[in-house]
Design a protein around this ligand. Structure first.
Ligand code: SF4
Ligand code: SF4
Length: 432
């Protein structure tokens, strides 16, 4: 696996100076985009990494001069829109990142461009604002009749165009039986009881997708934790972590989400509990983007250190010789897609390690874009070919650590096969 940065390394990366006036100066932003895009055009190492770079290089190659000076500035936004801030180019490819004198930080530049544009457009259309608020959308979708009507309207191409909702903002997957609804009858799961809980355990940040679209994934994790006698609660209340707002350039929205969520997570982190996050994009927000945006915020730093991917936590539990390995069912050949956001800091390594503990189970990890676009809506380029790559291996089971990517792979295969989240597979192996 590629990757040269490790979690908790000394931060060499200059912080995002978004509170400075110069950050918001559009002319300066264009000058910086011209400088960096020109370096990228000469380098092209990231050509196959994501659609952002292929869009940039196509614009250059198809321009009259075949250089950046032949590309209209308005077209730069097409590049910016394709970036979903996974940070992979910075973390695994770019030889010109600081402290190199060329000082290329492509993801930070894309975020700056998104923020400048968001502010200039006053937040964009109602549809665009809705598309970066998955918790609001999920909440509406969970309302019996109204929710179905809103879903139908937004899933309809005509109303979507009228509302200027970005394409593929699918709400059809939102469920009324959310994870929080399913857990409501369990008073022991309530995050209200922080003071009474003793010892160490984990608090679950369920995420919008974990709550509204894929509630069974959280149930799998809870079953696994309980099988291993790990105390687990669900954070009392949460908002969208802010990653959706970040992708839309709404930095003030990210700040508000941070204030809300960290206030509720802090009491658990203060007790020494770990925070498990179900969706990789949310994990990345807590670990990488909040520290970049709020470098002097001690609570951001402390929560960021306590946040873990479920498999990362379970592997640390195994290394402490506390994880039960009383597996009752072999899985055979398993192919698991590793999302880019877990590749960035190597936090996805635990998936293969842990599933490989299951007898008669062979695990192959596959990397690359699965077509989810990692957007809040889960709608990106559909023709990624990931489904076909997996089909050729002919696995007994396949899945992705990203719930959205998994759904995209399943849709691409369209052969009646069902994606299984690696937590579902682990639970299946335990037979619980
Ligand atoms: S941050 Fe991710 S999506 Fe954006 S340009 Fe880099 S690799 Fe592509
Ligand atoms: S981000 Fe770095 S590695 Fe990627 S194309 Fe640009 S200069 Fe090259």
């Amino acid at each position: 696996m590629e990757g040269k940065t490790k979690r908790n390394e000394a931060p060499l990366r200059p912080p995002l100076e978004w509170r400075r006036t110069s950050f918001w100066d559009e002319e300066r932003l264009f000058e910086e985009m011209e400088r960096v895009f020109d370096i990228c055009h000469g380098c092209r190492r990231c050509l196959t990494l994501c659609p952002t770079f292929s869009t940039l290089f196509e614009l250059v190659d198809e321009s009259s001069t075949m250089r950046l000076d032949g590309v209209a500035r308005e077209d730069y936004w097409r590049v910016v829109e394709r970036c979903y801030l996974c940070d992979l180019c910075y973390a695994t490819r770019c030889p010109y990142i600081p402290p190199h004198e060329r000082m290329v930080d492509f993801p930070h530049l894309m975020l700056r461009a998104k923020a400048v544009r968001y502010r200039k457009r006053g937040g964009g259309s109602l549809g665009e604002r809705l598309s970066i608020s998955p918790d609001a959308l999920g909440g509406v979708a969970a309302i019996p009749v109204l929710g179905r009507m809103v879903c139908a309207a937004i899933d309809n191409p005509l109303t979507r165009r009228l509302l200027r909702v970005p394409s593929e903002t699918g709400l059809a997957g939102c469920r009324r039986d959310t994870l929080r609804w399913r857990l409501a009858r369990r008073s022991d799961m309530s995050g209200k009881s922080a003071r009474q809980m003793v010892g160490e355990g984990v608090v679950l940040f369920v995420t919008c997708h974990g709550n509204y679209r894929f509630p069974e994934v959280g149930e799998h994790l809870i079953a696994i934790l309980e099988h291993n006698a790990v105390p687990v609660v669900v954070v009392e209340r949460e908002r969208c972590c802010g990653m959706s707002g970040l992708e839309g350039g709404d930095l003030e929205g990210v700040r508000k989400a941070k204030e809300f969520n960290l206030q509720r997570l802090a009491k658990w982190v203060g007790k020494g509990w770990k925070v498990l996050v179900l969706q990789p994009s949310c994990l990345q927000l807590f670990r990488r983007w909040l520290p970049a945006l709020f470098p002097d915020d001690e609570m951001v730093r402390r929560v960021g250190m306590a946040v873990l991917d479920p498999f990362e936590y379970l592997m640390s539990f195994h290394h402490a010789e506390r994880l039960k390995t009383d597996f009752r069912h072999a899985l055979g050949v398993v192919v698991c897609h590793l999302p880019c956001r877990l590749r960035v800091d190597g936090s996805g390594a635990g998936i293969r390690e842990l599933l490989s503990l299951i007898p008669d189970t062979y695990v192959e990890m596959v990397e690359g874009c699965a077509g989810s676009g990692c957007a809040p809506s889960g709608g990106g380029a559909r023709d990624s070919g990931m489904g076909e790559r997996i089909r050729q291996i002919m696995p007994d089971h396949y899945g992705s650590a990203c719930m959205l990517a998994g759904r995209c792979i399943e849709m691409e295969r369209a052969d009646g096969s069902r994606v299984e989240h690696p937590l579902a597979l682990l639970r299946k192996a335990y037979g619980i």
